[in-house]
Design a protein around this ligand. Structure first.
Ligand code: G6P
Length: 765
């Protein structure tokens, strides 16, 4: 049944029934009242007639003169409406009569229906006779000597019935017309007021397709409702888009940017560029995807959002492919965003990147037992290069209040520098590595500068709440700042920065996994590359050669595995894909040598024929090769000694659409908090690690599938689009708050006041 029909049935029928009942009631009331009026009128006339002739009638009855009695009676009955009149004598006998007495109304017939004694007023009867309704009045006639008889006057009341009926119809008709007019009027008024409401709301709210502008001045009537309505509409729109889009995806992130942030251009600042152009030995140019968790996460976000990625131009052919503004469109063939390259001198790179970033902040932030080295000249370069990048960002933004995403420990000073130039910018700073506890952080000679620099941000993000807490503790200990633990924010010199946990992730669906060959093909190819027997068991590790990754502990765990489970000798091989990294730093070169020597020693110890337990593949591997290994593996071991998140663990999960393979994961990674179905180990504990490896290799397929399914569902839900989406929605809240408070004027903003407004913004995830 159509909607209109249902509305008519629901509202129209009951309305009609009520109106009909009212009309009927009114008609009946009118009829009853007029009947009484007519009756009273007729009764009065009958009485007047009898009263006027009473004496004469009494005298004629007494004298027995019927002729004169008849004449006197005729005088009474002259009125047209009087049907008949009669004088009843003793025993109610008819003495005389005029006209036609309706049957049942003769004196004799009435005798039994009248009381024996009758007072002056007489008795009235109103009844239906053959010709219609009649009114009969019987009045006593008497003289001084006493009662002599009774006078009967019968009036025709059928005219009254006709008039009553006409009046009743008129009343019902009039009532129906009035009700109809009232209904039509109500509908028209209702429609008109609804139209005014919706037009006004469209004007005021940025409804999809409504063409509204937030700046439209509301009528007074609407002002109190306006902010509630706006928030409700935004909430509904977000819920609707969440429901229709389902999980977070590239499309949904894109829509979040266009809907919630009104299509703002995103500018990302990250030292490592997502595409490095390298000169080949043949003189050509090849594009390299660098080994970097940060790049793994942010590159899909940029593909979804567009915008600019400001980075260090580090490739040997980078300068050859940029335009005059030092920009190049990427990804090759898709060109959905730009890289803006910043060139550094060797000296700058040495001080800023190798020195302060990677010999100072990196070991400071990771509990991997490498001493940080802090040199004043490195910090000077760090500061200088931070300023150059901040300027590059300011060149790339559009307008005075851009959204800038500052990434990682290379740029701790940049947020404040940008804030100085663009006070209204929304700056989201994300620290991709752990943040040391306050005591440890304090060993950095420039701890205060770093904290003050970071607090130029609007939001400071970490992977875990623990790292947020460490940061806030450091601020508490080293700066004169106000900590608002309820809002999780820090207020420094009147400026507030929120401190929030946003655990990072990978793209889902993962395009590298989707483009990879089927698992049996990957397995065949990898086994052939490694010279493994078809029934061999394969373990895989994928890392940059970095001392935080626990590669030495991993190889030692493999050694311990073979010691404790000799049946795996000749059968199990561990392939370590190790990308050389930061090789100008002595620590990294030392690690390189140690890992190589360790692999050699373990291999020599267990070598049997062509079988070796460890395949150390020390080279940069492009993502297709990495995903081939991850898909071919029986077990993937991530043994970081300390890691902000570790996205290789999540990539392994993404790679295994066949729901096979087991993840052994260090409990000192951020990922261990999320991928709880992995076998979690302490990588320093070689007994525990080797037991986990043995358990992983012996795990039944059904259990592998159960664990893998759960982890895949988790990563699918909490993918990198959600990570970026949540930050951008939070940024939108801040921007709204800033807009609202700027309307109040400087100094008038009360955080508590705007909180209510903020809470009503759509939830990001
Ligand atoms: C970590 C850092 C990233 C960095 C990556 C690779 O994941 O958080 O910022 O890009 O390591 O290091 P690299 O020095 O080669 O960029």
């Amino acid at each position: 049944m159509c909607r209109q029909m249902r509305t008519i049935l629901r509202w129209g029928l009951p309305l009609l029934a009520v109106l009909a009942a009212l009309a009927w009631g009114a008609g009946t009331l009118v009829q009853h009242t007029t009947r009484q009026w007519f009756q009273r009128d007729v009764s009065l006339r009958a009485r007047l007639a009898v009263d006027g002739a009473r004496e004469a009638l009494a005298a004629h009855v007494r004298s027995g003169d019927r002729r004169r009695l008849g004449v006197a009676l005729g005088a009474i009955a002259r009125d047209d409406r009087i049907l008949a009149a009669a004088i009843c004598g003793d025993g109610m006998r008819t003495l005389v009569r005029t006209g036609t007495v309706p049957s049942g109304f003769n004196c004799e017939e009435l005798a039994s229906r009248l009381p024996a004694a009758m007072d002056e007023g007489g008795v009235e009867l109103v009844e239906h006779a053959e010709g219609g309704l009649v009114h009969a009045l019987v009045m006593p006639i008497s003289d001084e000597a006493g009662p002599v008889g009774r006078a009967l006057v019968i009036h025709d009341l059928s005219f009254a019935t006709r008039r009553e009926e006409a009046l009743r119809r008129l009343t019902i008709g009039a009532f129906a017309v009035v009700a109809l007019l009232a209904s039509v009027l109500t509908v028209v008024v209702r429609r008109e007021s609804w139209r005014t409401w919706t037009e006004e709301l469209r004007r005021l709210l940025p409804l999809p397709g409504g063409g509204g502008t937030v700046s439209a001045r509301p009528r007074k009537l609407f002002r109190p409702l306006l902010s509630d309505l706006r928030n409700l509409v935004a909430e509904l729109a977000t819920e609707q888009s969440a429901a229709s889009a389902g999980k977070w995806s590239a499309e949904r992130l894109h829509h979040t940017l266009t809907d919630v942030l009104r299509g703002e251009r995103v500018v990302i600042l990250a030292n490592r560029e997502p595409y490095v152009h390298e000169r080949t030995s043949e003189g050509g140019v090849r594009v390299v995807h660098p080994a970097s968790g940060l790049v793994t996460a942010l590159e899909p976000v940029m593909r979804a959002c567009g915008g600019v990625w400001v980075a260090h131009g580090s490739g040997s052919a980078d300068r050859d492919v940029v335009d005059r503004g030092d920009r190049v469109r990427v990804p090759p063939g898709e060109e959905s965003y730009s890289i803006r390259r910043v060139w550094l001198t060797e000296e700058e790179e040495r001080g800023y990147y190798y020195g302060f970033s990677n010999e100072g902040l990196w070991p400071l932030s990771h509990m991997a037992h490498t001493r940080p080295v802090f040199r004043a000249q490195d910090f000077r370069q760090y500061e200088r290069v931070n300023r150059r990048f901040a300027e590059a960002v300011c060149d790339e933004v559009e307008g005075p209040d851009p959204i800038v995403l500052v990434q990682d420990y290379h740029y701790a000073l940049v947020p404040r520098m940008i804030r100085e130039r663009l006070p209204r910018a929304t700056i989201l700073t994300f620290w991709h590595i752990p943040w040391a506890n306050a005591e440890r952080f304090g060993i950095c000679p420039w701890a205060n500068e770093l904290l003050e620099g970071m607090l130029g941000s609007s939001i400071v993000g970490f992977h875990t709440q623990l790292h947020c807490n460490n940061f806030v503790e450091a601020v508490d200990r080293y700066l004169e700042a106000r900590i608002d633990r309820e809002r999780q924010s820090v207020v420094l010199q009147g400026r507030e920065a929120l401190v929030r946990a946003y655990p990072i992730s990978i793209e889902w669906p993962n395009h590298w996994a989707m483009e990879a060959p089927p698992v049996p093909d990957c397995r065949r190819r990898v086994f052939a590359e490694l010279g493994l027997a078809p029934d061999a068991l394969l373990g895989v590790g994928v890392d940059r050669l970095d001392y935080t990754k626990g590669i030495e502990e991993r190889l030692l765990a493999v050694e311990r595995l073979l010691e404790r489970f000799p049946h795996l000798k000749g059968r199990f091989t561990f392939a370590q894909l190790a990308a050389p990294s930061r090789t100008l730093i002595p620590e990294y070169r030392g690690l390189n040598e140690r890992v190589e020597a360790l692999a050699k020693r373990v291999n020599e110890r267990f070598a049997a024929g062509t079988w070796r337990p460890i395949a150390l593949l020390r080279a940069h591997h492009e993502p297709p090769a990495i995903f081939r290994y991850l898909r071919a593996a029986d077990v993937c071991y991530v043994s970081s000694l300390h890691d902000g998140m570790n996205l290789v663990a999540k990539e392994f999960v993404a790679a295994r659409d066949d729901e096979r393979g087991t993840l052994v994961l260090s409990r000192f990674t951020g990922a261990a908090r999320e991928l709880t179905e992995a076998l979690l180990v302490n990588p320093y504990d070689l007994e525990e690690a080797s037991s986990a490896l043995a358990a992983a290799l012996a795990m039944p397929a059904a259990e592998q599938a159960e664990r893998m399914r759960a982890m895949r569902a988790f990563v699918q839900d909490l993918n990198v689009y959600r990570w970026a989406g949540r930050m951008l929605v939070d940024a939108a809240r801040l921007r709204q708050r800033d807009r609202l408070s700027s309307r109040l004027g400087p100094g008038l903003r009360a955080v508590g006041e705007t909180e209510g407004e903020l809470k009503r913004l759509p939830p990001g995830a």
